[in-house]
Write a protein that binds this ligand. Structure first.
Ligand SMILES: Cc1ncc(COP(=O)(O)O)c(C=O)c1O
Length: 375
């Protein structure tokens, strides 16, 4: 459990490190961390591999992983879910694309907050649907949905689905109970289903904030699809395991129907890793949160001292949404890369004056990044 440890990921064809291969640019883009997995996860994977046979396992029949999900949700969110509500998915991305198919007819409208994770922005069009953008506005150092726009767009009879991202990527907001109640009320009154991408929900850095899963809200029980995974928190995204929690039987049937024949079963190693993550890694998890909090505080303090850059402390995630408009340059991404730092371009998320920096890394990388940005 040493988050300062540098692990060379280049020989593994890591997506993050491939981009700047052969260039002196520190990659701080793709949302995985640089941390070695918790030992119990590695042990569970090793034991499963050493069994030697890696044939089919029907995820729904692998009770220990479902039990692990249920006990994690009970412990962390005081949310009691029935095992039948859990639908395994090989990723959260297939999850919200399946939700689009399950809840809409071609030509319908889907509301999406902007800026947002690029595959979320792309989902409506990939499913022959119209995307309706709900702006995210900055208020007192925190980004929040434009509720007036949400209310207005939800009232359109063509609008069938709201795909929310909470905690928000890239802006790092954790929605409060009151804000979620407002969303639930809007969805209910206008008969809009809520699909809530909560992949970052276990990474709450703001100790005053508290994550509330959408499906736990009584008003959304029969009208919501909550998408989660152990992948970001435990750095196992390459194993392709996520899950949807769908309390309502009819909606769950529609969701399963929409996935049929297209979405493969979850990788068996992903099931084992998720089970181990949710049952055996509490200490690693808490230590990582502390490490990420310190990373965030260091990065925010340093970035805000650089002329032309400004950032709010994200309440969650290991991602910082940096406003580079003060640099007065056309292409902030190019400015960062010239300095030797490789963030995600804000353009991909819907705002070209920003970049997104991933601080899920050993502190030494952050020191290097700041040294490069200030040289
Ligand atoms: C908001 C959000 N949803 C989904 C994903 C990816 O999900 P998956 O790899 O499980 O498909 C990411 C990864 O960065 C993300 O930030």
């Amino acid at each position: 459990m040493n988050f300062d440890q540098i692990v060379d990921r280049k020989p593994t064809f890591s997506f993050k490190w491939q981009k700047y291969q052969g260039k002196d640019i520190l990659p701080m883009w793709v949302a995985d961390t640089e941390f070695r997995c918790a030992q119990p996860i590695l042990d569970a994977l090793t034991a499963r591999v050493e069994h030697g046979v890696l044939g089919y396992t029907l995820p729904a029949q692998y009770e220990p992983a479902k039990q692990a999900v249920a006990s994690w949700l009970q412990k962390r969110y005081d949310w009691r879910v029935e095992l039948d509500w859990i639908v395994w998915m090989p990723g959260v991305v297939p999850g919200f694309n399946v939700a689009c198919k399950a809840c809409c007819e071609p030509g319908d409208k889907v509301m999406i907050q902007v800026p947002n994770y690029p595959p979320l922005l792309a989902a409506p069009q990939l499913n022959q649907l119209h995307r309706v953008d709900i702006p995210t506005l900055e208020q007192d150092g925190r980004w929040m949905l434009d509720f007036d726009e949400l209310e207005k767009q939800a009232a359109d009879p063509k609008t069938k689905l709201f795909v929310l991202c909470n905690p928000m990527n890239p802006v790092g907001t954790v929605l409060s109970e009151a804000e979620l109640a407002r969303i639930a009320d809007i969805c209910r009154r206008h008969d809009v289903t809520l699909c809530s991408d909560e992949i970052h929900c276990d990474l709450i850095l703001d100790e005053q904030a508290c994550h509330l899963p959408a499906g736990k809200i009584e008003a959304l029980k029969d009208n919501s699809i909550t998408l989660m995974a152990a992948s970001k928190t435990f750095n196992i995204a390459g194993l392709g395991a996520a899950f949807a929690i769908i309390p309502d039987n009819t909606l769950r049937r529609r969701f399963n129907q929409a996935a049929m024949g297209i979405v493969p079963w979850v990788n068996v190693l992903g099931l084992y890793a998720t089970e181990a993550a949710f049952t055996l890694c509490d200490e690693w998890y808490q230590r990582q949160l502390e490490y990420l909090r310190e990373n965030r505080d260091y990065l925010v303090e340093q970035i805000n001292q650089i002329d032309g850059l400004r950032v709010n402390a994200p309440q969650a995630t290991f991602l910082a949404w940096v406003d580079a408009s003060g640099l007065g340059v056309d292409n902030p991404q190019a400015w960062f890369e010239e300095k030797g730092v490789g963030p995600s371009p804000g353009t991909d998320f819907g705002n070209k004056q920003f970049v997104r920096l991933n601080f899920g890394c050993p502190r030494d990388y952050l020191h290097q990044a700041i040294a490069r940005l200030t040289r």
